[in-house]
Each structure stands twice: as structure tokens, then as C-alpha cells.
Write a protein that binds this ligand. Sequence first.
Ligand code: ACK
Length: 997
Amino acid sequence: MAQRPSEAAPLRAPLFCWTYSCLLCLLCWKPQECEGAAGHNQVNLLDSRTVMGDLGWIAYPKNGWEEISEVDENYTPIHTYQVCNVMEQNQNNWLQTNWISNEGARRIFIELKFTLRDCNSLPGGLGTCKETFNVYHFESNDEDGRNIRENQYIKIDTIAADESFTELDLGDRVMKLNTEVRDVGPLSKKGFYLAFQDVGACIALVSVRVYYKKCPSTFHNLAFFEDTITGADSSSLVEVQGTCVNNSIKDDTPKMYCSADGEWLVPIGKCMCKEGYEEQGNKCQVCQPGFFKASPYSLSCSKCPPYSYTYDKGSVFCHCMENYFRRDNDPPSMACTRPPSAPQNVISNINNTSVILDWSPPADGGGRKDVTYLVICKRCSVDLIQCEECGTGVRYIPQEAGLKNTTVMVVDLLAHTNYTFEIEAVNGVSELSSIPRQFVSVNVTTNQAAPSPITVVKKKMVTKNSISLTWQKPNRPNGIILEYEIKYFEKAQETSYTIIKSKETEITVDGLKPTTVYIFQIRARTAAGYGGYSRKFEFETSPVSLPASAQSQVPIIAVSVAVGMILLAVVSGLLLSGRRCGYSKAKQDPDEDKMHFHNGHIKLPGIRTYIDPHTYEDPSQAVHEFAKEIDASCITIERVIGAGEFGEVCSGRLKLPGKREFPVAIKTLKVGYTEKQRRDFLGEASIMGQFDHPNIIHLEGVVTKSKPVMIVTEYMENGSLDTFLKKNDGQFTVIQLVGMLRGIASGMRYLSDMGYVHRDLAARNILVNSNLVSKVSDFGLSRVLEDDPEAAYTTRGGKIPIRWTAPEAIAYRKFTSASDVWSYGIVMWEVMSYGERPYWEMTNQDVIKAVEEGYRLPTPMDCPAALYQLMLDCWQKDRNSRPKFEEIVSILDKMIRNPCSLKTLVNASTRVSNLLVEHNTGGFSVYQSVGEWLESLKMGRYTENFNESGYTSLDIVTKLTLEDLKRIGVGLAGHQKKIMNSIQELRVQFMNGMMSV
Ligand code: ACK
């Protein structure tokens, strides 16, 4: 080591002096206030300013570093080492610290605060004066390093001053304190020594602070990260996994990286408060009663959803209240729900052996959207007391259970059988509830259904003139087969065919040509009428030279031919005499009938027809033929519900022996009636008693043997349709309205098939039961409609409900099923407008005139276009162009099956409120040109004639006369008539200002 220079003494005083003076100034460096104190991410291993006693560092040689200890005003020691042997050569003064534990840190920082004298400011000795000193370290695991050799030290750096000072500075008392920081790493042992080597500078080492850096403990995303010592390198990152706080769980492992600077970087992953706890600050707090948290992923506790509760803290879900449920897959945040109430307003529409059921959704869906429907079919005894499940024979379209729509078609029912259908609404929690299921039921009686087609026909024997056939009964006879009809014709000669009948399932057809192919089709007949024909079966007769085996058949053929001819004669006789083929009255005698047809059709027996009670000489005979006599004691009258023409209408109950009591309507004949009144009164029962259809009011019987005379019918809870609709204005879905209309059309189809013309079809004469089934009623005998307040006397004397009646019936009393179709169109209009009065307050005379002139009722509000078109079709002037009830039923069925077809409403712009619209077969358009008008008459060929003659607009056309027409080239009388008629209509429209011409 270098020796202290001998001239040091004269320097000492001034040196000491500045040092001392400087130390006075350094008093401000109080550890707690001064810069350089440990930051939040620094951990001091040594701070010379905080050591209370002696530092105990070793300085050698003796005249080198010298410790000067002072105290500040707080008596805190200030340890300063100084050396200033600038005048002496070869200085090598060492100052060694105590052993410093690195406390696990692998990189440490050394902060030195010192002052250094500027060599230039020193008098003389410039040659030896230095302005730097060196810092070393030596690693060891313990304090055994007191005898470390100089060369064992590893140099950290040579430290130069940023700021050195001069005597002038001293004079100004301006201190130039330097701070230098060096870092060392990676360290591999438990501790180290530091050493400061002076080689001839004038230095005062004012403080030495040794520290390492850490990332201080912290919370992030509900994870706790401990204090972490930074890495060994200045660029290394230390990966640290966090620990989830109490009541939390990790989602992705929470991690952060501790940087060399002691900063937390790149947080990844997180913890979440577990179920029943929510995050508050860096903690997970328990959910309070009435609140729940079902998933760690939910952020906070939520209030219990409707119809649920919890009284506990930390709830994961809320319990459902009584009679409320939650399905397994219902989220806990969803309200508890319950099974739906029963469906409502079920309507049944029967079509032979199928029934379409239609209903409205339940009033209460139980709070769920997954409501579906289940249909249970039960076959019942006549009195509906005993019912059993229908079993597998019945088919449901689209299906029996899980129905999403409020309609189902049930097919393959037995004909003429009572059924009860129970419709239950089911939702996702129905199976969890022990509450008895709620359903709506409807009773229906299927109609007579025609038998299904025959599928198997076989040839038994063939000769040159005959073919013997045998066949199998239809799969679904739907009743007792009365006979089979065999239609045959020569192949490719279909228009000329022959029909034979047989009661057996075999027949020999004779009189055929040899070597000729014949086509056969067979169908069966029951009381319900004919079934469909089988497919076509082809068989060929033998050639003229007969095989021996066929010869034996000759006598049979001869007999058959003879029988056939006799039959032909009998049938022809029947047809000529005009005898009606009634179901119960007229019956063909022979077992086999044979009728020939050519390009035509003859109505064959099989359909029951209505018998006019007038044809009975004694009307009471008719009534007893068609109506059951009821003993008055079986009837309990409860209250008067209305007034009929012949007396009061009451509701009451009927209890027939051995049967269940049920509600009935009772029409009474007032006292003091005349014989004619009695006859007319009971006439209705004679008519009603002949009908058996679910859409025709059902007659229970009559009381004629005691007084008052009564007619007892089924009770219709909702009364007459017009009043019912007015009361429930706007309450039904279109499908429900169409369902009612379908029922009425079905009843009317039955009546027209029976040959009965109603003449007073109107909403007021339709009754509605609790299931919204509508039934045709009011079958007055005289049909002069005495009892209808709407009926008015026409010029011809008859009393007619003008607004409902077809023009030909008003004009010349041509009442037919086609005029009933007209009335049906008006009923459609009444239904779709919820009981609005047809033609409002127009007088009957104006109605007759307007209808005659071609105007028709406008579409009711919100009426589907398809329904209005059907109304217009019913109001065709030409009665043959109106649809038949059969067609109406099938059109309505299609609408019910395809409710989308009802979505298009009549365009608001074409809906003429409170005005009647002009009607033609193509709809109710307004003609834009003469050409368009002529096209609508199918007279488009004359467009040029009109234009060339100057008739270029419709207003000019209205002035055209017959002579003009002939002149412009319309020669044919039929065409002239058609055009002139239409011109007449145009004039009326024009005058009414309803056409834009
Ligand atoms: O509209 P409403 O209530 O239904 O008033 C009339 C009244 O009697 C006079 O005809 C009612 N009515 C007639 N027949 C029946 C029936 N079978 N069931 C229930 N009400 C009926 C009709």
C-alpha cells in the first residue's frame, strides 16, 4: 500500500478545513429526508448514514482513509471517510467495508456520495494528484474475508466525479456532492465486501448505500403477488405466480413478471370470487340474504329472480317459491316458473273421419316460452259416460305431443263415433309439478265417412265375351258396405263406360267384345256414400276360338247377359219414372244394376236426402218419424233466454232415464196457438230431426203429448253468433274466426248434400257453444221467414232477409244451395267484421239496387285477402259461378292448414271504407282504359274498333248506343248484348263517381 506523503501536514489544515466546513453543510443530509433513501422497490443492505455506532470499516495503510465522525443536529452520526494524499507519490489507500449479506439478491446496487477536489485548484503536486478512485467487491458466504488480498478483489469501476470543487467553491460554501451508482451481478454467494481504493485523489466519501431492488407485494385481479427480488441481469424478468385471495378461485393461473427495475409487468390470468361471493376491493365478500351468485364468472351478487328467495348468506342460487319450479337447464337468474293454464277456446272442425282442432294459447304460459301442446284422444260411448284412450289406430298431423302450433288434425277416426279430445298445454316445468294437469276438452262426433278405395282386384275367369272379377273389401269400410259399383270401359274409350252394381265382392261382366282390353274400376258404397274408385285394372277378353275350359262358362254368360238386360230395363224404368233415390225410402231392387253413361254423369243412390215435412199429409206423423218424444218430466226449465216467434226460448236440463243429465235449450209454443202455428212450430223439429252433423244444431226431441209443446235441442252456451261476435269484438285470432266459418260451411255442405236449402243463413241463425263450435240453426218450415225480423216483404209478396239473400232469390224466389252460398258470403263478412250489420244503415231498397248494379260489400277491417276473395266469389251474380259448399270447406281447410295464406290483408288502399265496391269476376278493379274494360268482358278483339272510332276513354264509351256499336263493327248479337250490359253498369258507376275514367 502507498504511504502517506510527508508534506501532508500543511495541507491537512486547509483540507480538513474544507472537509469540516463541508461536513457542516452536509448536516442537511439527514437519512430520512435526503435523496438516495431507499425507494419503494429498493431494499437497503447497507446505508452508512443509518449506522448508529462505529462503521468499523478497515482502512490501510494507516495514513490513508481516515474516518471522521460527526453528528447532525439530531445526534445522528455522520460517517465520512476522507483521504487527500495528493502531494505524495504512489498512493494505494484501501478502505474495506464489513461483510454485507446480499439477502438472496443476485444483483446489488452501490450508491456512493462523495466530494472530490479539483487537482488544478491544488497548489503544486499536480504531478501526483488524481481525480478518481476505484471500487471493488469480493464475494464470500461468510465474514471470513478480513484478510482478502488486493488481487482477490474484483473491480467494479473507476469512479470519477461529475463535479469537483476548488477553493473558490469553498469560499462560496458551495458544495459539489457527487452521487454515483454502480450495480453488480450476478452474485452467487451469500454476501460480499466492498473496497474503495484511492490512488492519490482528494476525496471525502460521505455515504455508501448498498441495496437491491424488488417488486413490492401487490394484489392484481384478486391474486396476491409476494415481494419479489429482481433478477440477476439488468434485462431479466422474474416470473411470479399469484395466489388467489380467500374465497376466490383461479381462472387462468394469475402471473406477473418482475422487471430488473422492480416493476410488475405483463399480468396474465386472474382469480374470480367463487359462487356466493362477489369482488369488493381486493377481497371476495359474501352475498347477502336475498342475493345470490351462481357462477364465479358473474361479477356480482344478484337479487333473487321473481318467484324465488334465499334467507342465507353466500347463496349460490335462490329457492323457488311453492308451486314454482326451475328446470335443470334453466339459468339460476331466470324467474321460477309454473305449468301453463289450460289452452282456451278450442274449436273442432269435423271432416268425415278426421277432425281439425284449433285452440288459443293458455291465458297463463306459466312464465315460460317453451309451451307445447299435447292432444289426448278418447273414444266415448254415445252418452259420453265411458271413454277409453283411442290407441294407436288414430293419426295426428303433425303429431300428438310437442305441438308448437295451436292446431292439430286427427285422422283415421272411426265414422259416426263420439270422441273427446283433451288438449293440454305443457311447458318445461310441467313434469316437475304435482298440480293436476289442466286441459281443455272438446267432444266431437265423427261423420259418416265413405269407405276407402278398394286396392285388390283380381281376374277369376275370362271368356271371349266376359270377364269374372273378384276383389277385397276396402281396408277401411267405415260402415256396412251396401254394394259395390263396377265401372268399365274399353281401353281408350273412357267417355263411354258402363256401370254395374254388386252386393258381393265378385262379378262376371258379360257382353264384352272378344280380344279387347277393358279397364275396370270398383268402388264401395256405405250409408255415407261412395268411396273413391280403385285404380284402373286392365283385363283382356279371349279370342273367338275359345279354349275348351272356357266353353263350360257359356250357360253362365247367357244367364248373366239376360240378368244384365233385365236390370238395365228396371233401372231405365226407375230413371224414367223420376223416382228419387232416397237413402231410406227408395232402394233399387236388383242386386246388380247396370247403367250406361256417355259423356255424362247420373246421380247414383247412396246419399241421404232431406224429406220435406210438407209431403206428409199429417205433419205430426213427420214429427214422430224424425223426432223423439220426450216426457216433460225429464225436462227442468231453468230460465228464459230469449223470445222466439212461437213463444219463449229457455235454458234447462234434460235427464233421460239411464243417461246423464245435460243442459238443453227449450223452445216453447205459447198457449192459445192455432193448429197451423203448432204445425209450423213442430215443423222445425221435423226438419232438424233429419240432420245429424256436428255443425247443425242437434235435436234432442219434442214434447207434444203434454203442454206446453216444446222442442228440445242441445244447449249452445255462447248463444247466437252475431251477438257473440259483437260482445267479443276483436278478441279472436283469424284462425279462430276461420274455424267458426269452416264449421258453418261444413254444416251447410251437409245440408246442401241432403238437398235442404236453408234460405235464412245469417250470423243471427248460427249458435255457438262453449268450445266455439258454430252450428247452423233455425229451420223454419214455411220458409216465408215469419220469425226473422230481418225478413222484409218483396214485391212478389214473400218475406225475405234482403241483406243476406242472393239477387235471384229476391227477384224471382230462386232459392237454391247457390243462394245459400251467397248468404254464406254475407255471414263470412259478418264474422270477419265482428257482427257488423251488412250494408250498415242503407235501406233494403238501396241494397237491392246497389247489388243489382254490381256493387259488393267492401272488405272488413283487417280481413285476409284470401277470405275477402272467397266472399266475392260467393257473391257472383251468376249463381253457377259461385263456389259449392264442398269447395268452400276445402278452401277454408287449406287456409287453416296453411295459416300463412291468411297473412296478406286486403290492401288498405283498395279497402273502401263505408262504400260498396264494384265487383266483377276478376275482382274489384277500376278500369284504366277502354282496352282493359273490353278485356275484362273477353271482348278485347274490339279494342281497335273502339279506338279507331274515337271511343278512347270510358266516359265517351258510356254514351255509346246499340246503333253506334253496330256501326263500329260489333256484329254479333251476343257480343252486342254483353257490351251494352256492361256499358249500362259503367254508366251507373260513372254516375256514382266511383270510377276514375
Ligand atoms: O243470442 P241468444 O242468446 O241465442 O238469443 C237467442 C234466443 O235464444 C232466441 O232465439 C237463444 N237460443 C236459441 N237456441 C239456443 C240454444 N240451442 N242454445 C242456447 N241459446 C239458444 C239465442
